[in-house]
Design a protein around this ligand. Structure first.
Ligand SMILES: [Zn+2]
Length: 211
């Protein structure tokens, strides 16, 4: 396995939090939480730095080791949940979005056709896992190699295997979230008031009632 491989490309992992943001909207996934999700989806590849420092690929701290594990994603999600006010989201949303964003990184890596597998159970086991179906082409670490026929092949496979399905899922969630629209009590555009609008309206009504 050539150490110049990273999978999938760092540009593709944010497809998961972006799809969550589109599907659930800003009521659930605030801009800050979306940014945190994007960061969590990329963060596991920080172990790529170890390659240049001489950490062996297959080591616990090697590429696709501890930082790609389920435990790492859980700890990151707990940290995000504790910062829910800073992230301007509910505690459960902060936990769920960061957990899914980070854990999906390892799953996407396990769908690739190159490198070692992913140490999902690290640090308890350094066994490397792949999923049975591996449609995503391995991505080069080397920037020069990325702008080559290899890079184009990677982008094409990631577009079809990652971006397209997550765009469809995000769009489907968006459409479901927007239903039902046609409500005669929802104002001129038929839109129902969202949660924060309802809270503002009930607070205004309460202030009118109070002497
Ligand atoms: Zn990775």
């Amino acid at each position: 396995m050539a150490p110049k491989e990273r999978v999938p490309s760092i540009l593709t992992h944010p497809a998961v939090p972006l799809a969550l943001g589109v599907a659930y909207g800003q009521r659930y996934v605030s801009r800050r939480l979306l940014l945190a999700g994007v960061g969590a989806s990329i963060l596991p590849d920080i172990d790529s730095l170890g390659l240049s420092l001489g950490v062996p690929y297959g080591d616990t701290l090697g590429h696709r080791g501890l930082s790609h594990s389920i435990l790492f994603a859980l700890l990151l999600a707990v940290a995000a949940a504790s910062l829910f006010r800073t992230l301007r989201a509910s505690r459960s949303a902060a936990f769920a979005v960061v957990l899914v964003s980070c854990a999906s990184h390892g799953l996407l890596d396990a769908l690739t056709n190159g490198g070692l597998g992913v140490a999902f159970l690290s640090p308890f086991s350094n066994h490397r896992y792949f999923l049975p179906w591996r449609p995503i082409a391995v991505s080069p670490l080397d920037v020069d190699l990325f702008f080559s026929a290899w890079g184009l092949r990677v982008l094409r496979s990631e577009a079809l295997s990652v971006w397209l399905p997550f765009a469809l899922l995000g769009g489907l969630g968006f459409l479901i979230r927007r239903e039902p629209r046609a409500n005669p009590q929802g104002g001129a555009n038929g839109r129902q008031p969202c949660g924060s609008e309802r809270e503002r309206m009930s607070a205004a009504a309460a202030s009118r009632r109070s002497p």
